[in-house]
Design a protein. Structure first.
Lengths: 355, 572, 442
């Protein structure tokens, strides 16, 4: 299987409604050739609908889909040449593994020997050469997943669409398979779109991510971009764990502070422009627990979770709970639930976002 | 905690072989022995006896194999049964596919009309088809007048194939539609995604996946046609096996064993056919609605496609409903002789039937309802024993009950007379003259239908649902009553409808067993009417009443099924 | 309608209750096993129940053979009082099996014979109540559309014009057809009779399994001509169908009969029913337009419509043949089986042979050729050839194969296979000869 040169995908102002339900709202995206791209969002956000739209199973009310610069909006699914791996794998139970993989090649009217060669190559690629004559029901979930993948890449599609490909696997398999997916994609250089609701999956293997919510694209960027600079509260809350505190900015002379409540406020660095009503967003690891009375926000520890390398504390500050993560060294350094603490926030790493 | 969870499976396992299911199995076995095995045995053992001495012999089977007529008949029956499956598939496939996998307006109506041909009273179907498609029927008289040629629809074996396909194709339609509805849309989409579409998509993916349903329906059609005697006889085709058996068994002064030999051959071939279909489909009962699947896909039809689809559906519906159209015309005709349409119309036949035959209607409703209930009760019980217990020999109950499909009605009727005539009731009359015997004969004849429906329904109830109930403290009986039965309700009603509808128009067994007109069902009344020129219209009217009656009852049941499923769907 | 019947019935029942009880007064349910249709049985049921208040007639409808079978199967606990069908043969079978009991009707004024046939069983097991003759029925619209002439004799149906236009019920299934064949065999003799039968059988469109299948097909115009018992045609005319009927000269007028079944549950009722059928009131019911049978009381014909056939006045009706029911019953099964094996199940072969003969004769009529004539005659002989003689047909050995007797004889299936294969070969040879004859005439 030779590495093909990936092609780009352009989605332009796509709208789609089912009756009164506006599923996709003016979605525009540009996916680069050879990129491993993710659609990330909670269930019902429209990510699968968008993927099926690219595959041709859904029709947009308006807008276009361009593949390698060509408009494919009006092509039926069987003429689009985009490979899709279904969430359920959709392996045909009446065909053996080899027959499943050969199917698309047969539809392309390839010669018998060529089909045999490509089927063995595809199965070798996913490490299932020994299972060619089995039926899908005789395989484990991970093996079925790989058959589905082999079936799709055997036809050498222009792009690869993966619809929650890891959701039917157990936790350990998930980590293994996602790494294999990434390796394979790198080797083939195949433009790939990966639909998931699991940010960890998306973060770990994708070049770029589009976060979707309520039918609209919230933000597009690399995983680190999204983590460090969420464009809005939704992205901030959805990617990683974030503390979000409501309040407003008060200015006393040149000093500015973010006031959460009367008497509870955080000083802000100079020059940071922010709307009056805002949310302050920071990650748990960007706050530290200090002895009570030192600088910071005073509160009480209300719960404690042991996560292995770190310990996560929940601290009640004036009625809001803030999560703080501290490295775990020994049991003696642990703080007890109920003890008063002061929370120091690394304000340079915090971000102010409008409501 | 640990000890408790260890102990409970052991308790459960012990209760599987517990007295409850055992007693149930024995009860069913007794019922089947008394009302199926013994009566049929008393008739067909003659096939294995030597003339004169009565000793056991197989010489009669040697005679069978040596007689050209029987061998011709055997192959004719094979040919007719096979070709009927082919033609019935041609009727059923487009109807099933278009109404389940596409956005097809009126698919409910099509599915309902597609069921109607099963409800065809004896005699009426062939008589009406002759009037429409016969050598001098409506179609051929018009063809001859307009174009100067005729099409021999109803001649010889091909006529039998046509009439049987029209009558029995709903078995394929029903099973195939159910199977098609169970195919997850991702199965089709994956194929489309790989470049497959149109008829290739149907041939390579959709049809193979619907195969279990198709084979179930097709094998039923094969066996029914192979064993059916009425349609060939009414079309004057005698060189087929079932008609040969009937002619021999019912002819005067003929005590020779060949009729029973043929009956044995019929039973063996039917059981083999059912067995073969089960074997072919073993392990292929694909549960294709999968985790994370997309459910049922109904694709829209383009304008041109829609026109073609409606034309095909319309033509098929015309063909398969032609007997009913003809029967209706006959029921309101004065005289209909050598003309495309009757000479004049009248409602006198209906007046006559309502004045004279209300007792037939009442009896039919009573018998068919009771038979349907018996069938569903035994169907559920057998299905439960086979699927949910590990009783030894439980499959025999299933196989024995299913074998009833292959017993010609007339063999069963004679068997009942032989077995029960000597049994006296308290008031001195014979048990065989008690109308309950007719109900039992109908129930035994229709049990295979209800059994298959109940079996399928129970298969779809996940065992984990039962385990959940048991885990929460319900015992076996309460689990069955509160969880299993409610979830099987749709399948049970479907089984009831099939049994009820077909029992309501059954004649072959009842004709032997009706001992007095006041106990007679509608099919018998129709038979009596159809024996005279002036009674043809009245017989047709009675036939139409039967069809309407059964159709209405089926519709009501169907409505209940759908409401039930709707409620369940909205609840979850 | 229902209400009126019930009211009358109640009044009659009440009246009966106040009358002094007579010793032999019939009452209760009288069970009648019959092959007659509802159109026939209903008027009799009404009339009888009106004449004998307190009785009800319970009709059990079966075809003749199924009726005999039922009586056989249920003899241990018989529940039938009356056996009431057309075919005298069925009564002979029942008589042999001791399933009928002797009853000599008290009714007077009924002649001993109708045509050449005795009306009642000499041993008194059954009595004739109506007469019927056999003949040819046809659909006028069909005949007109196909430009076919009206037939008069059995032999007419053998003409080439009628090819594929005739229908008959299998004699093994229809007691009346059996009698038709037996009448021809007795009228023309075994060999010549079978020749006639096979000649018109070669023109058959089909052989039906039910007696009523034939008139039904003629009525609806699916077939043009049918060999039927007269009342099928008369009642069809009565119902308005465009059909005609003719008695050929070799026909016999035979009585339709009624008999009391052995050990009847209601003996008084059974006897009253027989008496009623033979009484003037009962005989008059026969003229009903849906029944149309010939009464056995000559005086009833005065009340009949003008064109009603009267066997007591018209000597041509059934006068030619003296039907011997002993001869008939001695070979019933053999004759029926012969017809089934030589005609019913070999119809395709017989028809192609007949068609070839017709074609050859048509060709010879245009251009004569003595060798061709000879070949056609040979072909006809081959078609007419019988596997057994009249003596063999009546012999004990052959009949034992059909009786299910206790002796070890030839099995029925063996004989059938022999007969069928000889017929098949003969028909094939006849067809070849006829084709050759047609070639010679070309």
């Amino acid at each position: 299987m030779s590495a093909s040169h990936g092609v780009g995908i352009e989605i332009r102002n796509v709208n789609l409604s089912y009756g009164a339900n506006h599923i996709l709202k003016d979605v525009s995206l540009s996916i680069l050739p050879g990129e491993f791209f993710a659609f990330l969002g909670p269930s019902g956000c429209g990510k699968t609908t968008l993927l099926r739209l690219i595959a041709g199973f859904n029709q947009a009310d308006s807008g276009d889909v361009l593949l390698d610069g060509q408009d494919i909006s009006r092509l039926p699914p069987w003429r689009r040449d985009v490979g899709m791996v279904f969430q359920s794998y959709a392996l045909w139970p009446h065909m053996t593994v080899a027959r499943n993989v050969a199917f698309g090649l047969e539809e392309r009217r390839l010669g018998r020997t060529e089909i045999t060669e490509k089927v063995s190559a595809a199965l070798a690629l996913v490490g299932l050469s020994a299972f060619a004559d089995r039926y899908p029901s005789q395989l484990s979930g991970g093996q079925q997943q790989r058959v589905a993948l082999a079936r799709t890449i055997a036809v050498e599609p222009k792009v690869l669409l993966l619809d929650e490909p890891l959701s039917n696997l157990d936790a350990k398999m998930r980590v293994q398979v996602r790494r294999e997916l990434r390796d394979l994609q790198q080797r083939l250089g195949l433009t790939t779109i990966f639909v998931t609701h699991d940010q960890e999956e998306a973060n770990s293997i994708c070049d770029r991510i589009a976060v979707l919510n309520d039918g609209a694209v919230q933000q597009v960027g690399t995983p680190m971009d999204l983590y460090q600079h969420p464009a809005n509260l939704f992205v901030a809350g959805f990617i990683g764990t974030a503390n979000i505190l409501a309040g407003h900015v008060v200015a006393t002379g040149t000093e500015r502070a973010f006031q959460i409540k009367d008497g509870v406020s955080l000083p802000l660095p100079a020059g940071s422009a922010a709307p009056k009503d805002a949310r302050i967003v920071f990650r748990p690891q960007h706050a530290t627990l200090e002895p009570i009375g030192t600088q910071g926000l005073a509160g009480t520890i209300v719960h404690r979770e042991f996560l292995g390398a770190t310990v996560r504390y929940g601290v009640d500050i004036a009625g809001s709970e803030i999560l703080v993560e501290a490295a775990f060294s020994s049991t003696s350094s642990l703080r007890e639930v109920g003890s008063p603490v002061s929370v120091a926030i690394d304000i340079d790493r915090a971000q102010l976002l409008g409501t | 905690m640990a000890t408790m969870s260890d102990a409970s499976p052991a308790v459960a396992r012990r209760s599987v072989v517990a007295p409850g299911p055992m007693a149930l199995a024995i009860l069913i076995a007794l019922f089947l022995a008394l009302f199926l095995v013994i009566p049929v045995g008393t008739v067909i053992y003659v096939a294995f006896t030597e003339k004169g001495s009565g000793a056991f012999t197989l010489v009669n089977f040697y005679d069978f194999a040596r007689t050209d007529l029987f061998i011709t008949s055997f192959w004719n029956s094979m040919y007719v049964a096979t070709m009927t499956v082919v033609l019935a598939s041609m009727f059923a496939l487009p109807l099933a596919y278009l109404t389940t996998r596409f956005e097809f307006r009126g698919s409910g109506v099509v599915q309902m009309l597609g069921f109607i041909p099963l409800i065809m009273p004896p005699f009426a179907g062939a008589v009406a088809m002759q009037l429409i498609f016969g050598r001098n029927g409506t179609v051929n008289l018009l063809l001859d007048e307009w174009f100067g040629f005729k099409i021999p629809f109803m001649e010889g074996l091909n006529g039998v194939i046509f009439a049987q396909a029209v009558h029995y194709f709903p078995f394929i339609l029903i099973n195939l539609s159910a199977a098609l509805r169970n195919i997850d849309r991702s199965m089709e989409e994956a194929a489309q995604n790989l470049g497959c579409q149109g008829f290739r998509l149907f041939r390579r993916i959709v049809f193979p996946l619907a195969m279990p349903g198709y084979v179930a329906g097709a094998s039923l059609v094969f066996v029914k046609v192979f064993d059916d005697l009425a349609t060939p006889l009414l079309l004057n085709v005698k060189d087929m096996l079932a008609p040969q058996a009937y002619l021999r068994i019912t002819s005067i002064g003929l005590a020779d064993p060949m009729g029973y030999v043929i009956a044995v051959v019929l039973i063996v071939v039917s059981v083999l056919a059912m067995g073969a279909s089960a074997w072919v489909m073993k392990g292929r009962d694909y549960a294709t609605v999968q985790r994370g699947g997309g459910g049922l896909a109904q694709r829209p039809l383009g304008r041109g496609q829609a026109v073609a689809a409606y034309a095909v559906v319309g033509l098929i519906l015309f063909l398969v409903l032609a007997p009913h159209i003809g029967l209706f015309l006959l029921s309101i005709a004065t005289v209909w002789s050598f003309s495309p349409l009757p000479d004049a119309f009248t409602f006198a036949h209906y007046e006559r039937v309502f004045a004279e035959s209300s007792v037939f209607i009442k009896n039919t409703l009573l018998y068919a309802t009771l038979a349907g209930i018996i069938d569903v009760v035994f169907g559920v019980a057998i299905a439960y024993l086979v699927l949910r217990t590990r009783l030894p020999a439980r499959h025999w109950l299933d196989w024995t009950a299913s074998a009833a499909l292959a017993i010609p009605g007339v063999v069963l009727g004679i068997g009942y007379l032989r077995t029960f005539f000597g049994v006296k009731m308290p008031d001195g009359t014979s048990l065989a003259s008690f109308w309950i015997i007719i109900v039992l004969a109908l129930a035994i004849r229709r049990l295979p239908y209800a059994l298959r429906a109940c079996y399928a329904a129970l298969q779809q109830v996940s065992a984990s649902l039962e385990e959940a109930a048991e885990n929460l403290g319900a015992n076996k009986q309460r689990t069955v009553r509160r969880i299993v039965l409610p979830l099987m309700m749709g399948g049970m009603l479907a089984g009831f409808v099939t049994s009820f509808a077909t029992a309501a128009v059954e004649l072959s067994a009842t004709l032997m067993l009706v001992q007095s007109t006041s106990d007679a069902p509608l099919a018998y009344g129709l038979y009596v009417f159809m024996q005279s020129p002036a009674g043809r219209g009245a017989g047709a009217a009675l036939g139409i009443i039967a069809v309407v009656l059964v159709a209405v009852c089926s519709l009501i049941s169907n409505w209940i099924i759908e409401r039930n499923q709707h409620l369940r769907n909205t609840r979850t | 309608m229902i209400t009126r019947t019930i009211t009358t019935f109640t009044l009659l029942a009440l009246a009966g209750a106040f009358m002094p009880v007579q010793a032999q007064a019939p009452s209760g349910k009288v069970t009648v096993l019959t092959s007659f249709s509802k159109d026939v049985t209903d008027p009799f049921k009404k009339a009888f129940e009106a004449a004998h208040p307190g009785t009800t007639i319970e009709i059990q409808n079966r075809n003749t053979n199924a009726g005999v079978k039922l009586l056989e199967e249920t003899r241990s606990a018989n529940q039938v009082d009356i056996f009431w069908v057309s075919a005298p043969d069925a009564f002979e079978v029942l008589k042999d099996k001791k399933l009928l009991q002797v009853y000599k009707p008290k009714a007077t004024g009924i002649p001993d014979k109708i045509g050449a046939y005795p009306i009642n069983d000499p041993d008194g097991y059954y009595s004739g109540f109506a007469a019927s003759g056999y003949g040819i029925m046809w659909n006028e619209r069909y005949a007109r559309a196909n430009k076919l002439p009206d037939p008069k004799e059995w032999q007419d149906l053998a003409k080439a014009v009628y090819f594929d236009h005739v229908s008959i019920a299998a004699p093994s299934r229809s007691g009346t057809t059996h009698l038709t064949l037996e009448t021809i065999l007795q009228g023309e003799g075994w060999e010549k009779g079978w020749r006639t039968i096979k000649e018109w059988s070669g023109n058959l469109r089909n052989v039906t399994e039910r007696s009523f299948g034939v008139p039904d097909a003629v009525n609806s115009g699916q077939v043009g001509y049918g060999i039927v018992i007269d009342f099928f045609a008369f009642s069809a005319q009565g119902a308005g169908f465009p059909v005609k009927f003719v008695y050929p000269s070799v026909t016999t007028i035979v009585p339709a009969n009624v008999g009391v079944v052995t050990n009847p549950p209601n003996k008084a009722g059974a006897e009253a029913f027989v008496e009623f059928l033979l009484s003037p009131a009962g005989q008059e019911v026969l003229l009903d337009k849906t029944i149309r049978r010939l009464p056995v009381r000559p005086e009833i014909y005065a009340k009949a419509p003008a064109d009603y056939p009267n066997p007591f006045k018209d000597p041509s009706l059934g006068g030619k043949v003296t039907f011997d029911s002993n001869v008939s019953s001695a070979r019933t099964a053999v004759v029926d089986t012969l017809y089934d094996q030589l005609v019913t199940f070999q119809l395709d072969g017989l028809k192609s042979a007949t068609k070839a003969i017709h074609a050859a004769e048509a060709a010879l009529a245009k251009k004569d050729n003595p060798a061709g004539r000879k070949l056609v005659a040979e072909a006809r002989d081959l078609v007419a050839k019988m596997p057994i003689t009249a003596e063999q047909a009546a012999s004990a050995e052959i009949n034992a194969a059909f009786s299910g007797g206790k002796q070890k004889t030839a099995r029925q299936a063996e004989l059938e296979q022999q007969w069928a294969s000889s017929a098949k070969a003969a028909y094939a040879e006849a067809e070849a000869k006829a084709n050759e004859a047609a070639k010679l005439a070309r």
